[in-house]
Design a binder for this molecule. Structure first.
Ligand code: ADP
Ligand code: MG
Length: 581
C-alpha cells in the first residue's frame, strides 16, 4: 500500500473548487457577491459563450488596495471577518475567503482594481493556481474581474458543462436573483456582446416587475410583517398566478439568496389551501433576522443556512404570507407604470397566444375513437348474445362520465376518462419503446411564453422531444412553438403537453425521462390526452373505446391503479332487485 502523502497545493485547490465552482453560474454568483460586499452601486456583467469562455464583472465598489491584491487569490484570506465572533454575526455575503482562490485554480483569472482614494489602479493575474505579479494599470475606482476558459485545466469537470444556452440560463438566474436582492443597485447583463438585461436603481416593487415580468407584478400581494428581531417583506404571487416550475420562488435572508427547507415548507403551507394541481406559486421575499439567529456557514456555496429557532421562523413566515395572500392585490405603486419600468421589459416581450383551438378540431375525437374496424353499426340489434365482443356494445353515456354497455354477462360500466387514459398510456409506451411514435403536424403551431431554461431545454433536447413525438422550436427569444405532437394526443392542449414534457426534462434530465421517469411522464401525457369527463360521446365513439379497451393490455386499470370498468352480471342485478330466476 502506498504511504500517506500530502496532496500538491494546486490539487487541493481543485478539489475544494469542486464544491464552490460547479458551473459558470457559480463563478458569477461569487463575483456578484464580492461586488455587493464592496458596496458597489453599479455592477456590469458580461458573459461569453454562456460564461464558459468568459465572465467579466465590473463594479464601482471600494476596490482592492495594491498590497491586498496578491492576497485576493490566497486561500482562506478575506477582508470580511477576522474572528469567530465576526463570523457569528457576519453581514457580508462572503466570509470564507476561498472563492477567488478556487476560481483561480480552474480558470484564468485577472483582477484589475483601484481602491477608493488611491492614486492609481493595479492588476494581477492567476492561472493554474499560480499567481502573477502586481502591475500598475489604469482603471476608475472599483474592480473588474475577468474569468476565462472555465475548467480549461480540468477536462473531466469540463465535460459536465452543458450547452452555452443552458449555462447562460443558469447565469441569468443568478444575475436576476442578485438584481432582486438589491433593487437600489444598477445591474447590466450582456451575453456575447449584446445587452440582455438592464436594471436602473429603483424600489423593490419596480425591480420585481422588471425581473419577473408584468404579469407577476399585476398579481402580486404585498407581504409585510415585523416581529422585532425578525422581519419579512416582499411580494407573493396571487394563487391565480402560478408557474410550471419552482424557479420564481425566491427568498433572501439578510440579503442572501437561500434554499431552506423550513422556509420552503412554511411557504407551501401558506399556499396549501389556495393552490391546486401541479403548478407552483411565485414569490420574492426578504427576511431580515439578527445574524446571530442563523448559521450561514453550512455549505461552501453559502446557499444553505440554519435557523437557531426554526420553529418560530416557520410560524412567522407562514402567517405573514397567508395573511398577505388572503388580502387583496398589492397596491400598485404609481411608479410601476412609469416608462422606466416599462422599458425594462425589453427582455420579456409579451406574446399573444394564437388560436390554440384551431389545431385541435373537436372532430379529432371521432378520429381517435373510430377505427374503421370492429365497431357495430348503430342500427344492428343488440339482442342475441352470440358473437358479442367481451365488453359488449354501448347503450348510453351516464352523466358524461360513464359509458354503459351490454355484454353477454350483463351490464358493463366504463369510466371513460380512466379507460381512455389507460389506452393512451399503453399506446404511447409501445410507440416509444419501438421508436415509432406517430406524430401529427399542427396546422397552426401552438405557442407559449417560455423562460430561458425552457428555451434552452427545447433547443438542447430536440432529439428526446422528437422521440416523445414533439417538435418544439423557438419563435422568439422568449416563446416556443409546438409544431408537431403525438397523433394519439391530438385532442389535448399542445402547449400544455409540451410544457409538461419540458418540465420533466429540466427537472430530471433527458436520460432519466426516457428511463426511470418514463412511466410518470407517459401517465401525465395520457391524462392530458384522455377524453375529459362531460364530453358527450356518440355511440360509435363509445363502441370504439370499448374495442380499444379489449385490445389494450391491462385495460382493467387506469394508470393511477384505479379500475377502468366494472361488470355487473345479470345475477348481480337480479340479486339487487331480489328477483328469483
Ligand atoms: P470572500 O468574499 O469570502 O472574502 P473571495 O475569495 O471571494 O473571499 O475574495 C477575497 C477577497 O478579495 C475579499 O475578502 C475582498 O477583500 C477582495 N475582493 C474580491 N472581490 C472584490 C471586489 N469586487 N471588490 C473589492 N474587493 C474584492
Ligand atoms: Mg467572495
Amino acid at each position: 500500500m502506498p504511504s500517506i502523502r500530502p496532496l500538491p497545493e494546486t490539487l487541493i485547490s481543485q478539489i475544494a473548487a469542486g464544491e464552490v465552482v460547479e458551473r459558470p453560474a457559480s463563478v458569477l454568483k461569487e463575483l456578484l457577491e464580492n461586488s455587493l460586499d464592496a458596496g458597489a452601486t453599479d455592477v456590469g456583467v458580461a458573459l461569453n459563450e454562456g460564461g464558459i469562455k468568459q465572465i467579466r464583472v465590473v463594479d464601482n465598489g471600494s476596490g482592492i488596495g495594491q498590497e491586498d491584491l496578491v492576497l485576493a487569490f490566497a486561500r482562506h484570506a478575506t477582508s470580511k471577518i477576522a474572528s469567530l465572533a465576526d463570523l457569528e454575526q457576519v453581514r457580508s455575503l462572503g466570509f470564507r475567503g476561498e472563492a477567488l482562490a478556487s476560481i483561480a485554480s480552474i480558470a484564468r483569472v485577472s483582477l484589475l482594481s483601484r481602491a477608493e482614494g488611491a492614486a492609481r489602479a493595479y492588476s494581477i493575474g492567476a492561472e493554474g493556481g499560480k499567481t502573477g505579479t502586481v502591475q500598475p494599470a489604469a482603471h476608475p475606482t472599483g474592480t473588474a474581474v475577468e474569468v476565462s476558459d472555465l475548467y480549461y485545466n480540468t477536462p473531466a469537470r469540463r465535460k459536465f458543462l452543458r450547452s452555452d444556452a443552458t449555462e447562460f440560463a443558469h447565469c441569468e438566474d443568478v444575475f436576476t436573483r442578485a438584481a432582486l436582492s438589491r433593487p437600489d443597485v444598477a445591474f447590466t447583463l450582456r451575453h456575447n456582446g449584446k445587452v440582455v438585461a438592464r436594471h436602473a436603481p429603483s424600489d423593490p416593487a419596480r425591480r420585481v416587475e422588471a425581473a419577473l415580468g408584468e404579469e407577476f407584478a399585476r398579481s402580486m400581494r404585498m407581504i409585510q410583517a415585523d416581529g422585532g428581531t425578525l422581519r419579512i417583506s416582499g411580494f407573493a404571487g396571487s394563487p391565480a398566478y402560478t408557474r410550471a416550475s419552482r424557479d420564481a420562488q425566491i427568498v433572501f435572508v439578510n440579503g442572501r439568496f437561500v434554499r431552506d427547507k423550513v422556509l420552503a415548507h412554511a411557504l407551501r403551507e401558506a399556499y396549501r389551501d389556495v393552490l391546486h394541481g401541479e403548478r407552483h406559486p411565485a414569490y420574492v421575499l426578504f427576511i431580515e433576522i439578527d445574524p446571530r439567529g442563523i448559521d450561514v456557514n453550512v455549505h461552501p456555496a453559502k446557499i444553505e443556512i440554519r435557523f437557531r429557532e426554526s420553529r418560530a421562523v416557520h410560524q412567522f413566515v407562514l402567517h405573514a404570507v397567508a395573511k398577505g395572500l388572503s388580502g387583496t392585490a398589492a397596491e400598485t405603486p404609481a411608479a410601476l407604470a412609469s416608462p422606466v419600468a416599462l422599458a425594462s421589459h425589453a427582455t420579456q416581450p409579451r406574446f399573444v397566444q394564437t388560436a390554440l383551438g384551431l389545431a385541435q378540431p373537436s372532430a379529432s375525437y371521432t378520429a381517435m375513437f373510430a377505427p374503421a374496424r370492429a365497431t357495430r353499426p348503430d342500427d344492428a340489434p343488440v339482442s342475441g348474445a352470440q358473437g358479442l365482443p367481451p365488453l359488449g356494445y354501448a347503450l348510453a353515456q351516464l352523466h358524461g362520465i360513464y359509458v354503459l354497455a351490454q355484454n353477454e354477462q350483463g351490464l358493463v360500466l366504463v369510466d371513460m376518462h380512466a379507460a381512455h387514459e389507460r389506452i393512451l398510456y399503453e399506446k404511447l409506451k409501445t410507440a416509444i419503446d419501438s421508436r415509432a411514435m406517430n406524430t401529427q403536424k399542427l396546422l397552426i403551431p401552438a405557442t407559449f411564453i417560455a423562460d430561458r431554461l425552457d428555451m434552452a431545454t427545447a433547443e438542447e433536447h430536440g432529439s428526446t422531444l422528437k422521440l416523445l413525438g414533439f417538435d418544439v422550436a423557438p419563435i422568439s427569444h422568449a416563446a416556443l412553438a409546438v409544431r408537431a405532437m403525438p397523433a394519439m394526443l391530438a385532442a389535448a392542449d399542445a402547449a400544455e403537453l409540451a410544457r409538461a414534457v419540458l418540465k420533466d426534462i429540466r427537472e430530471y434530465g433527458a436520460s432519466r425521462v426516457l428511463t426511470e421517469r418514463q412511466n410518470e411522464l407517459l401517465a401525465t401525457l395520457s391524462c392530458h390526452g384522455a377524453v375529459r369527463a362531460h364530453r358527450a360521446l356518440t355511440v360509435p365513439e363509445m363502441n370504439a373505446l370499448l374495442r380499444e379497451m379489449e385490445e389494450t393490455e391491462r385495460s382493467g386499470q387506469c394508470n393511477h391503479g384505479r379500475p377502468t370498468w366494472y361488470q355487473m352480471s345479470l345475477p348481480d342485478l337480479d340479486k339487487l332487485f331480489l328477483r328469483g330466476r
